[in-house]
Design a protein around this ligand. Structure first.
Ligand code: 3H9
Length: 706
């Protein structure tokens, strides 16, 4: 981290009559205390200096200002506050112009809105994304934006957190003009000189009148409140945003600012803010796997995909969407045609929704080629195998890849749990073999587990991270074990859910409790969606190696034996009446569960929803800790990102390990020890968790060590 003084991060230079104020605080000119001090001093200087007739604010580097300094949240505030800085800018007695390029986000846009005039150039991104961090714009954004662009447009911008481009910003009235060149300084100076020549007055956003008719603005607020209450289930800040914008309509400016401040501080103090800020940094930290620092990625221009099933086709779509040419291999013409059809189905779906044109689809498909011969892969830089999940089958594919692929080609397997070391060891170039575990549907799901076998070379790992970037995926580095990070932890909390079901909770209660925690679906809904047969096959395969002393709940097997595989068969844990995707509880399933409890000699007991969540989370956290302890995940935050991006973990809780820190590790450990009284084999506390509790430390303390 650069420890610049305020003098260095905000520079002032008199250019004729214009005081040029440059914010120069890499990487994104975030509004740290030094920057705030520098801005305040610059405006004071402008007011005090008779030679200054106008002020021009610009950002050095790629952005205007990326927002408040997110790293300061949760720490004691350091004056001057950003609202004070913005008010000071607005109060300046000489025209202040903001010249915007790159990001003007959050506090960055609020600084610009406090200026008197705004010019933006192509590539500018203006937005108030605070909602994504569990916040609301807290430096006048909720008060100035509606005054400048109206309540409706302001609510849309602030509640969505989306970025508006320069053209849209002009149309909305967020900026006054567009600069035609890419030279932000020249555009800014030209605009200031024009304003000076025209004797343009100081024009304050707090006096702007776009709020217009009160009744219409209040109607927009009422609609937004109703929609927000419905949509943002469990989220704290969106309704506070609506309250703040309402205050902009109902109250004088200063009172509105006071209300905004009060609401902002409530958001800052909320655990959701802590969870969301953790997620923000964690998703950036995972990109920095050690190999990305030590090695350069190999060339990545042509992709091969072996297998045209759902997974192979999804991976192919992801690569095609990234602009890469893809060669698909299938065993025969019919399978290849099916593979192509799977791909086309994705694009046809987009066409039906009006999100893609026939012409664009045709253009994309020119980059696809298929073959039944591995020889078509000789030019591929990276090949991803996505065939049947069986070690021998995969090894046979890799033998072919070994035979045909050029030297230096990266050979990846999309296995979800097989031993990648064994796959690598079976060919002549183990250093080129890596795991790329995509999640279904592979063109949609953001998570990519980059599974790093023993013999792989560092530049292959770096190439996998480069591929993730091209495919717009979030990569998490994982070690080789059964299930890697995600599915290994999943198996354990699924077992905890099964045990609760057999002990007396209904699958419907468990799903509802897990949804109330914030997951989009409960574990039994997930089984029904994925297909019960998949887990069943895995259980049968593992039957021989399962610890006979371990508890084994057979309820799911009973359903599968009846052919009840979930949505695709019309029933699983739920019933899916003709054509529906949201199931209804099935009394026959409840009867089967009853019978299983009786068979196992269990007297059912009741569970509260809170107890269900405690067990579910304790199982997830404990296995997450084991995964970190064994080095399968580099840090706790890697587990968090895996669950945020691949398993629907509620983002505002930051991920399982962040959640554990917030609950308190001693409490989690006490729960595990309590549950262990019933089933000591299942509830074995992770040595890492015990160690952290003994040292009074938390998972966050391990997040800096990648
Ligand atoms: C706010 O403004 C509240 C106010 O309303 C009220 C206050 C009273 N602070 O994303 P990148 C770091 S809330 C600190 O890879 P890109 C980031 O961690 C804020 N650090 O770059 C990374 O660090 P590292 C509202 C920040 O070019 C590095 O910069 N603003 C901040 O792909 C590069 O980041 C937002 O929510 C920050 N504000 O994208 C905008 N921003 O290299 C958040 C970034 O050590 N930021 N860093 O890993 C973004 O959306 C993107 O970073 C941006 C650049 C589009 C700006």
């Amino acid at each position: 981290m650069t420890l610049n003084s305020s003098a260095e991060v905000v520079t002032r230079e008199l250019r004729g009559k214009v005081l040029l104020v440059t914010i120069d605080h890499a990487p994104v000119n975030a509004l740290s205390a030094d920057v705030r001090r520098g801005l305040l001093a610059a405006i004071d200087a402008a007011d005090a200096d008779a030679a200054v007739q106008a002020v021009l604010l610009v950002g050095a580097g790629r952005n205007f200002i990326g927002g408040a300094d997110i790293r300061e949240f949760g720490k004691p505030p350091v004056p001057p506050s950003l609202p004070d800085v913005c008010n000071r800018i607005e109060a300046c007695t000489k025209p202040v112009v903001a010249a915007i390029h790159g990001a003007a986000l959050g506090g960055g846009l609020e600084v610009a809105l406090a200026a008197h005039y705004r010019v933006a150039v192509d590539g500018a991104r203006l937005g108030l994304p605070e909602v994504q961090l569990g916040l609301l714009p807290g430096a006048g954004g909720t008060q100035r934006t509606p005054r400048l662009i109206g309540a409706q447009a302001a609510l849309d911008l602030i509640l969505s957190g989306r970025h508006a481009g320069a053209q849209e910003a002009l149309a909305l009235g967020l900026v006054d003009r567009l600069g035609s060149s890419g030279d932000i300084l020249a555009e800014g100076l030209a605009y200031v000189h024009e304003l000076l020549a025209a004797h343009a007055p100081v024009r304050r956003t707090c006096d702007a009148a776009a709020l217009g008719e009160r009744a219409a603005s209040l109607a927009a607020v009422a609609t937004a409140r109703a929609q927000t209450a419905q949509k943002s289930r469990g989220l704290f800040s969106p309704l506070k945003i609506v309250d703040a914008v309402e205050a902009a309509i109902e109250q004088p400016f200063d009172e509105g600012l006071r209300i905004e401040r009060k609401l902002f501080l409530q958001c800052i103090d909320s655990p959701q803010r802590a969870g969301l800020v953790h997620a923000f940094f964690a998703e950036r930290e995972v990109l920095k796997a050690p190999e990305t620092r030590t090695a350069k990625p190999r060339t990545l221009e042509r992709i091969g995909v072996v297998g045209g099933g759902t997974m192979g086709a999804g991976i192919a779509v992801a690569a095609l969407d990234a602009g890469l040419p893809v060669t698909m291999i299938e065993r025969d013409d019919a399978s290849l045609a099916r593979g192509r059809a799977h791909i086309e189905k994705v694009y046809d779906g987009l066409i039906a929704k009006g999100r893609l044109s026939q012409q664009k689809k045709a253009e994309i498909m020119t980059r696809w080629s298929g073959s039944t011969s591995y020889d078509a892969l000789t030019d591929a830089d990276l090949v991803i195998e996505a065939v049947f999940e069986d070690l021998a089958v995969k090894q046979a594919v890799f033998a072919e890849l070994d035979r045909v692929c050029k030297a230096g080609a990266v050979l990846a397997t999309n296995t979800s749990y097989l031993d990648i070391d064994a796959i690598a060891a079976s060919i002549s170039r183990p250093a080129d073999v890596i795991g790329l575990h995509f999640f279904s549907p592979a063109n949609i799901m953001k998570l990519l587990e980059v599974v790093v076998p023993k013999q792989v070379s560092a530049d292959v790992v770096a190439t996998a991270f480069e591929l993730a970037k091209k495919l717009k995926k979030t990569p998490v580095r994982a070690g080789v074990c059964d299930g890697f990070i995600g599915n290994r932890v999943l198996a354990v909390y699924r077992s905890a859910a099964d045990a609760m079901m057999e002990d007396g909770a209904s699958p419907y209660q468990i799903d509802a409790a897990v949804r109330a925690f914030g997951f989009p679906m409960g574990p039994f809904q997930v089984v029904d969606l994925a297909g019960g047969d998949i887990g069943w096959a895995a259980r049968k395969r593992r039957a021989a190696t399962r610890n006979p002393a371990a508890r084994y709940v057979q309820i799911a097997d009973r359903l599968c034996e009846r052919g009840w595989f979930g949505q695709k068969t019309g029933r699983g844990f739920y019933l899916y009446p003709e054509g529906t995707r949201s199931g209804v509880p099935d009394p026959e399933v409840e009867a089967i569960i009853e019978a299983e409890r009786a068979r196992a000699g269990i007297t059912p007991r009741t569970f509260t929803d809170e107890e269900i969540v405690r067990r579910y989370m304790a199982a997830m956290i404990n296995e997450g800790a084991k995964v970190v302890h064994e080095g399968i995940a580099l840090r706790p935050l890697d587990v968090d990102v895996t669950f945020l991006y691949g398993y629907g973990f509620p983002r505002y809780r930051g991920g399982p390990m962040k959640y554990a820190d917030m609950v308190g590790l001693p409490k989690i450990l006490a729960d595990i020890r309590e549950f262990a009284k019933e089933d000591p084999l299942f509830w074995q506390a992770s040595p890492l968790l015990i160690d952290l509790v003994e040292r009074g430390a938390d998972f966050a303390s391990l997040n800096q060590t990648a």
